[in-house]
Design a protein around this ligand. Structure first.
Ligand SMILES: *Cc1c(COP(=O)(O)O)cnc(C)c1O
Length: 413
């Protein structure tokens, strides 16, 4: 059939024109698909979803998602990547790929809250038990590992209380016991340290890294506060195929426009990370000196819980002499002499810091947390009072400091 013989309605769909190949530009094209065409039935039957040499169905990958997978795998220092529709979905996918009824998983007591909530909810209902371990204490982790322990989550630092754990030591213990480790690397973003090689600057040699490194791409890689996405990266192919199979069976798709948004933001990520780090440290140093503040929680500051572990892992010489990086995130404890209502009034008085969850975007954010409700007991290394977490955006530092100062004045007089 030539195009002149068929109905224009069909021609609109089956038009013979194809643009010339070889178009190259700074940003990759955006390929959107559920359906992918095969040239023949034989090709359709021969297609193997495990290989990136071709395409099967949108859910299994497109040129756009393959490209993002490869870049995130490289960023994390791994080889294989599965993309998920959110950071939390990435955590869930790891759990569902590796755990079955009768298994137990260990989660740090200061972990990202929804990770614990998933264990308390769905996983418990499906006969998978969990224990919380003290993120700062390898002996506590070691003591909780039993023959039923199948997976240990690591996170650095805790995303609200900011304790930086001895990651290399934790991973080493798990490896010795033959337990798989998954690291939530959203804070480090693949820039502050390599989740697969935690031996640097410590007593533990390479190979003492995590088995799986998860990241909420929602945060730094997206950088816009407008995308939800997660990744799960491995170096081991068999482990990757487990994650990939579960990903396919559960049907976790991501949108091509979201993948494109992350691809577009990745080239500026290291600059954004450094810029937010610098301003966050300046603001943290200033706020930590104010008379209303009982404690500053930021792993790069001496005296913050686990600071020595951050120094060992994230600075050039392991002694704090290097330019070690940190995310643009910190918490402070307002002294217990102030009421929670006064601290709420401080947060309400902020104008540039918006009330909202997440980090790594252009807008500075603030959240007051009820720490007592988040932990089984008040942590001994944290001063009594009310915790407020700040994430620093891309505004001018002087304006952010002025905002903090005026809000202190409004709330505390
Ligand atoms: C935000 C976040 C997640 C979850 O990411 P979503 O994309 O919001 O689901 C997981 N872990 C950490 C540490 C996070 O900060």
């Amino acid at each position: 059939m030539s195009t002149s013989e068929i109905d224009p309605v069909t021609t609109l769909i089956h038009h013979p024109y194809a643009p010339p190949a070889g178009f190259l530009a700074p940003q990759p094209g955006v390929f959107k698909a559920s359906t992918v065409f095969f040239p023949s039935v034989a090709a359709m039957r021969a297609r193997n979803w495990k290989e990136k040499s071709g395409y099967t169905y949108g859910l299994h990958g497109t040129p756009t998602t393959f490209m993002l997978e490869e870049r995130i795998a490289t960023l994390e220092g791994g080889r294989h990547c599965v993309l998920l529709p959110s950071g939390l979905a990435a955590i869930a996918n790891v759990n569902l790929a590796l755990l079955e009824a009768g298994d137990e998983l260990l989660i740090p007591d200061n972990a990202y809250g929804p990770n614990k909530a998933l264990a308390e909810g769905e996983l418990a209902r499906w006969g998978i038990t969990h224990q919380l371990y003290d993120a700062l204490d390898p002996a506590d982790l070691q003591a909780r590992i039993t023959p039923r322990t199948r997976l240990v989550w690591l996170e650095a630092p805790g995303s609200v209380t900011m304790e930086f754990p001895p990651l290399a030591h934790h991973a080493h213990i798990c490896r010795q016991q033959g337990v798989i480790t998954a690291l939530d690397n959203t804070w480090g973003a693949g820039l502050a340290f390599n989740g697969f090689d935690l031996g640097r600057g410590a007593r533990f040699t390479p190979g003492s890294g995590a088995d799986i490194v998860v990241q909420a791409l929602t945060k730094y890689p997206s950088g816009g506060g407008d995308v939800l996405m997660g990744s799960a990266v491995t170096r081991d192919e068999a482990l990757h195929l487990k994650l990939k199979l579960t990903h396919m069976r559960l049907g976790w798709g991501i949108g091509a426009n979201d993948a494109e948004a992350v691809l577009r933001a990745l080239p500026s990520m290291a600059l954004r990370y450094r810029a937010q780090d610098e301003v966050a440290r300046a603001l943290a140093a200033w706020l930590g000196q104010q008379p209303q503040v009982a404690q500053l929680l930021h792993p790069a500051f001496a005296g913050s819980p686990g600071h020595e572990h951050w120094r060992a892992l994230c600075t050039e010489d392991g002694q704090g002499g290097g330019p070690g990086l940190a995310a643009g995130l910190f918490s402070v404890i307002f002294d217990a002499r102030y009421s929670a209502a006064q601290v709420d009034a401080f947060c309400d008085a902020l104008r540039l810091f918006k009330l909202g969850y997440s980090w790594g975007g252009p807008t500075s954010l603030v959240v007051p947390y009820d720490l007592a409700a988040m932990r089984m007991a008040w942590p001994a290394h944290i001063a009594r009072g009310t915790l407020v977490r700040f994430s620093v955006g891309l505004e001018a530092a002087a304006d952010l400091r002025q905002d903090l100062q005026q809000a202190l004045g409004v709330a505390f007089g």
